[in-house]
Design a protein around this ligand. Structure first.
Ligand SMILES: Cc1ncc(COP(=O)(O)O)c(C=O)c1O
Length: 394
C-alpha cells in the first residue's frame, strides 16, 4: 500500500491553517474523525456508567470501546488498560501505589534520558519509602542508553526500573527488551514510558517486556487522555488509594472520578483512524500495517531534515543515537534556542525550544542554563516541502 501524505493531510482540518508542525513530539493535530467522535459523544445522550438506561449503557460502551481500541494499538489485554487525565497523572498513581509497598533499603532505577514524568514520580515515591535511588546514565556524545550498566544497577533489592521507549528530546530508543530481561532476572518490575515511541512504530507491549507501559493519546492524533496498560493479573495485586464507593474492580479501580467519556470516544476514533491507513483482517493487523507505513514515511522525511541540519556548519545536533524516532534536537551558533524557535514561529513553523521536560538530560548535557535546544519532530502528516521550508527559514 502506498502512503499518500496529501490524502492523510486532507483529513486534518487544523492543517488548513498553513502552519508547518514540527511540534509533534509535544502533541499532534487530530483528524476530523477524532474531532467528530468527540463532538458526537457530547451531542449524544451519555450519562454516568453502570445504570440500567440507554444513555448509561452508552457510557459503558464508550469506556469498553476505548479499552479495546488501546488493546489493539498496543497488543495487550483490554482488561489491563486504564485511563487518566495524562501520562504524568497515571504515573503518579502507579508510583504512589507501588511505592507504598517499598521498604527502606529497596532500590529504584530511573534514567537520565527520560522525560521528568517517568523520573520524578519514582524519585519522590522512593524518597517517601526510604528506598535507594539509582540512575542509569546516557552517553553524552550519542545520547544512547547503554544496556550493560543495568547489570551493575540492578540487585535483588531492586523493586522498579523506569525507562523510556524513546526520548522525547533526542529520539533515542533504548533496548527496552534487554533492560526488561535484566530487570526481571533481578525480580524487579519495569515501567516503560511509551509516550514518545507510540506514534512512531508498532508497539507490542508483551514483546517489549514492559510490566507497565504508559502513553498519551494526544501524541498519536487523539485527545488528551493518559493511558497505562499492564497484565490484569499484575493490576489485581495492586491497591491504589481510592474512594470507598468507587469500583474495586481492575482496571476501574485505577481510574478516579467520572470518566472523560467524550475524550475516550476520541481515543477509539484515533486508533480506528490509524487502522484505516492499513490493511488486514483485524483492527490490530490494520494498526500494525499502518504503523509500518507511517514509520516508512516518517523515516524518509526525517532523513531530509536530519541531513539538511547535519550539513550546516552553524548547527550542532544533540546526540546521534543509532535507533531513534524521527525527532532531532539542535542548537544554532550564536542564537538562543528560544530566539530560533521564535524566528521560525514568525514564519509559521512550529518547533519547541527548551528542555521539553527532559530536564535531567539537558542538565547532564550542560544545555539547561543556555535554554536547552530547538526540537523538530516528524509525524504522519509532515512533508518534505515542510522540511525544506524549515531549513530555508533557518
Ligand atoms: C516522553 C514523554 N513522557 C511523558 C510525557 C508526559 O505526558 P503527559 O503530557 O500525558 O503527562 C511526555 C509529554 O510530552 C513525553 O513526551
Amino acid at each position: 500500500m502506498t502512503y499518500d501524505v496529501e490524502a492523510v493531510r486532507a483529513q486534518f482540518p487544523a492543517l488548513a491553517e498553513g502552519l508547518a508542525h514540527f511540534d509533534g513530539p509535544g502533541g499532534t493535530q487530530v483528524p476530523a474523525a477524532v474531532a467528530d467522535a468527540v463532538a458526537d459523544a457530547l451531542r449524544s445522550a451519555v450519562s454516568n456508567r453502570h445504570g440500567d438506561f440507554a444513555s448509561s449503557v452508552r457510557a459503558d460502551a464508550i469506556v469498553d470501546g476505548a479499552r479495546s481500541a488501546v488493546a489493539d494499538l498496543l497488543g495487550v489485554d483490554p482488561r489491563g488498560v486504564f485511563f487518566g487525565p495524562s501520562m504524568t497523572a497515571n504515573t503518579y498513581v502507579l508510583a504512589r501505589t507501588l511505592g507504598a509497598t517499598w521498604q527502606p533499603g529497596d532500590e529504584v532505577v530511573v534514567s537520565r534520558l527520560d522525560h521528568d514524568a517517568d523520573v520524578r514520580p519514582w524519585v519522590q515515591a522512593a524518597a517517601r519509602a526510604g528506598a535507594t535511588l539509582k540512575w542509569a546514565e546516557f552517553d553524552e556524545k550519542t545520547c544512547e542508553l547503554p544496556t550493560e550498566q543495568y547489570e551493575d544497577l540492578l540487585s535483588d533489592r531492586t523493586r522498579l526500573v523506569a525507562v523510556t521507549a524513546a526520548s522525547n528530546a533526542v529520539g533515542t530508543m533504548p533496548d527496552v527488551r534487554a533492560i526488561a530481561d535484566l530487570a526481571h532476572a533481578a525480580g524487579a518490575l519495569l515501567h516503560v514510558d511509551g509516550v514518545h515511541a507510540t506514534p512512531h512504530g508498532t508497539v507490542d507491549v508483551p514483546a517489549l517486556g514492559a510490566d507497565f507501559y504508559s502513553c498519551s493519546a494526544y501524541k498519536w492524533y487523539g485527545p488528551h487522555v493518559g493511558i497505562t496498560v499492564a497484565d490484569p493479573a499484575l493490576l489485581e495485586t495492586l491497591l491504589p488509594d481510592k474512594l470507598v464507593p468507587s469500583s474495586d474492580e481492575v482496571p476501574d479501580r485505577f481510574e478516579f472520578g467520572t470518566s472523560q467519556f467524550e475524550s475516550l470516544a476520541g481515543v477509539t476514533a484515533a486508533v480506528d483512524w490509524i487502522a484505516s491507513l492499513g490493511s488486514g483482517a483485524s483492527r490490530r493487523e490494520r494498526v500494525v500495517d499502518a504503523m509500518a507505513a507511517i514509520a516508512a514515511h516518517e523515516s524518509q522525511v526525517f532523513t531530509r531534515l536530519y541531513d539538511g541540519l547535519a550539513t550546516r556548519d552553524d548547527v550542532t545536533l544533540v546526540g546521534a543515537p543509532s535507533r531513534r524516532t524521527p525527532t532531532v534536537a539542535f542548537t544554532v551558533d550564536g542564537r538562543a534556542p528560544q530566539q530560533v524557535a521564535k524566528a521560525l514561529g514568525d514564519e509559521g513553523i512550529c518547533v519547541w525550544a527548551g528542555n521539553y521536560y527532559a530536564v535531567e538530560l539537558m542538565r547532564r548535557l550542560g544545555l539547561e542554563d543556555t535554554g536547552g535546544a530547538v526540537r523538530a519532530g516528524v509525524v504522519c502528516y509532515t512533508t518534505t516541502d515542510e522540511v525544506d521550508r524549515l531549513l530555508g527559514a533557518l
